[in-house]
Design a protein around this ligand. Structure first.
Ligand code: PEP
Ligand code: MG
Length: 329
């Protein structure tokens, strides 16, 4: 992707009607962030760290923590790529600071929700040096991903590097518009532990205005919403995984793709439970899955439900804004 792929809109936020729901954007490519920030928006509802790591780093964090354990050709390649940096881990942290910092600066007047890494093991294995550390899982989609990594002995040190980048951006560089999002949390015990680990790495909820939200993307998150919400500032609904896991449809299988629909009554019921639980406690609730970008009727339903924000694909923001504004008029 390059700058030329962006259609810069001439519509400005001030030209658009006020809505009851904030319209945010999904932004993952630092190179496009400034151009995309010209599209009317109220912040970034989802910046996937995997996208930033793929572009800015391309090396498995554990290979950077211990390059000596790599075969000579990989070690040489790592050395070549990190030559300008003080150390392999400084390379990881500084490149991540640059990538996240670019997005947070482009959207400086709005919140930017950075999601902690959510690579699946098969995706991590594709990073340079990664295959040495990653298990061969039969079902990586429901395997070693998201929160389970941050609290594991294998991934703890790598996770500390992500935290260090965010801590520096917020506490040393003043980009306190950055908020943190935890993906793929299976149990309440897991989020409790993640919150402790984040605090141990200098990311303490409430300190310097830090809000920590959790993706609501596993049915357990909606079914036990209150228990999860005891530990976080709110939910962002991940309708992609929530639909996959509620309907039992593998997102990666074309053979069952026709059964994938965020608007299935069972998925809607879980979303309603999540939104109701957040609103009852005055907690943030947004959505950052693909659903409202793909289906206008789903976006309208979410607004009717009282969702606080929707994070959309950049190319659907203006049309969604205009449509919702016309419907409210
Ligand atoms: C989701 O599951 O809806 C989501 C936004 O996360 P991802 O698509 O990265 O799994
Ligand atoms: Mg997800």
């Amino acid at each position: 992707a390059g700058l030329l792929e962006i259609e810069v809109t001439t519509t400005r936020a001030g030209d658009l009607p006020e809505l009851s729901t904030k319209l945010m954007m999904n932004v993952g490519n630092p190179e496009l962030a400034f151009a995309q920030s010209r599209i009317p928006n109220q912040g970034v509802g989802l910046a996937r760290m995997e996208f930033i790591i793929n572009r800015q780093i391309g090396i498995h964090p554990r290979a950077l923590l211990d390059p000596a354990s790599q075969p000579p050709e990989v070690r040489d390649e790592i050395e070549r790529r990190i030559a300008a940096y003080e150390s392999p881990t400084a390379f990881f942290v500084e490149r991540l600071v640059e990538g996240i910092g670019t997005i947070a600066t482009a959207f400086a007047e709005h919140p930017v929700i950075i999601r902690l890494s959510d690579f699946k093991s098969n995706e991590y294995a594709h990073l340079l040096g990664g295959s040495a550390y990653e298990p061969e899982e039969e079902n990586p989609m429901i395997g070693f991903r998201g929160a389970s990594r941050y609290v594991s002995a294998q991934f703890e040190a790598a996770f500390a590097l992500e935290c260090e980048a965010i801590r520096r951006l917020r506490d040393e560089m003043g980009l306190t518009n950055i908020q943190v999002m935890v993906p793929f949390v299976r149990t309440v015990a897991e989020i409790e532990r993640v919150i402790e680990v984040l605090a141990a790495h200098g990311l303490e909820r409430g300190v310097n205005g830090l809000r920590i939200v959790m993706m609501c993307e596993i049915p357990s998150n909606a079914l036990s919403a209150d228990a999860f919400l005891d530990h976080v500032d709110g939910f962002s609904i991940g309708s992609n995984d929530l639909t996959q896991l509620t309907l039992g449809v593998d997102r990666d299988s074309a053979l069952v793709a026709s059964s994938f629909d965020e608007r299935d009554p069972a998925v809607l019921r879980l979303i309603e439970m999540a939104v109701t639980a957040c609103r009852a406690r005055g907690k943030y609730v947004g959505i950052c899955g693909q659903g409202p970008s793909d289906h206008p009727d789903f976006a309208d339903w979410l607004v009717g439900l009282g969702i606080e924000s929707m994070s959309l694909n950049p190319d659907t923001v203006v049309e969604t804004w205009e449509r919702l504004g016309a419907a409210a008029a």
